[in-house]
Design a protein around this ligand. Sequence first.
Ligand code: MN
Length: 260
Amino acid sequence: MSATLLTQLAAALANNTVRVVDLTQTLRPSTPVIQLPPEFAPSNPFTISEISHYDSRGPGWYWNNLSMGEHTGTHFDAPVHWVTGQHYADGFTDTIPAQRFVAPACVIDCTKEVATDEKFVLEVPHIDTWEKQHGKIPAGAWVLMRTGWSTRGDSPAFLNMKADGPHSPGPSAAAITFLVKERDVNGWGVEAVGTDHGQAFAFEPAFPAHNLMHGAKKFGLASLCNLDQLPPTGALLITPPLKIAKGSGSPLRVLALVAA
Ligand code: MN
């Protein structure tokens, strides 16, 4: 049965009846990095430097050195990223069971709301409305908040820093509580630089997409793109972070399998 299923999948990939959609932003020195208040340590930006390029430093080969914070560009948040998830032995990038890196996705389209409200907060009633149209969010699924935010690219409008902090959309604490406790999701993903709302420092609890998701050993995905190419349900996400020993997260390539 399983072997037949995989043979069918391979055939569907070969004849493009299952498409692979890339949900990843390109990593480059201009990739925006989350900005914290000055009393906290900052994350390094993405840097790349050439080791050799078919030249005297290496006549037959081209390669680069990389440097960046773990949470740079399109990236994965592991449970140990937050203090609430610190005690999970299987909550590091190298210890999370690989089975959890392949999971279905539910996509909640908030592009209309965010077009008129940069600080749109996704609440439980929005999820209720979505479920009435598309069915109950299954246990173990990713829930992705589609906002159109990724079209801001690497411009300052992506971080959208204002005097009172970032103006960017995200979920309420109640919405995250619902997804964790009532739906037992695999994790929560967004197009913005971080999984929480830009003003989530003032939420109760603060940063609920981090505090509550990671406290329940669930994951985060930030800086996703191409969510407009996904159906509301039915896509299968492949999300393995780099296998960094005791890593709190990492940049990754996020792929979605979508039936054509
Ligand atoms: Mn992160």
